[in-house]
Design a protein around this ligand. Structure first.
Ligand code: GTP
Ligand code: MG
Length: 138
């Protein structure tokens, strides 16, 4: 079975929504096989979002991701990468479908409650940034 990487972002932890986000994840048939609450360092956030470093919102994004606690997770299930993207909804909550995490909880395109890997290749890279094999219990 496939694995993907997820982050519950600071806007969601701040509003005490970790359990509600996890309920949507589990109701969709994805299994949370690793989970840890951390405060991201600037270095971690900059490395994680390296692909966006030329984008105008990069500074804002790093500020936001280091502004409060996040919950990093590994999710497992059939087609987990694509399935979680579906469960998250569009980046901009105004465009997100009903029942998606971002439609339910996101505040804006920046403060959009969750991250999910956009490919299997990136999922592997992102998981390895935060978890070792021993942390993941399938
Ligand atoms: P992630 O799962 O977080 O990677 O979201 P995504 O794949 O749906 O979006 P993308 O990779 O294009 O952008 C990464 C993150 O940058 C988004 O989730 C937002 O938090 C942030 N972001 C994207 N566009 C904007 C923007 O126009 N303004 C701000 N402030 N942040 C943005
Ligand atoms: Mg992305």
């Amino acid at each position: 079975t496939e694995r993907t990487f997820s982050i519950i972002k600071p806007d969601a932890t701040e509003r005490n929504l970790t359990g509600k986000v996890n309920a949507v994840i589990e109701d969709a048939g994805l299994r949370i096989v690793a989970q840890r609450r951390i405060r991201m360092t600037r270095q971690q956030a900059e490395t994680f979002y390296e692909v966006h470093k030329e984008r105008p919102f990069f500074g804002e994004l790093v500020d936001f991701m280091t502004s409060g606690p996040v919950v990093v997770q590994v999710l497992e299930g059939e087609g987990a990468v694509a399935k979680y993207r579906e469960v998250m909804g569009a980046t901009n909550p105004a465009q997100a479908a009903d029942g998606t995490i971002r439609k339910l909880f996101a505040k804006s395109v920046g403060e959009n409650s969750v991250h999910g890997s956009d490919s299997l290749e990136n999922a592997k890279i992102e998981i390895a940034q935060f978890f070792t094999d021993a942390d993941i219990v399938g």
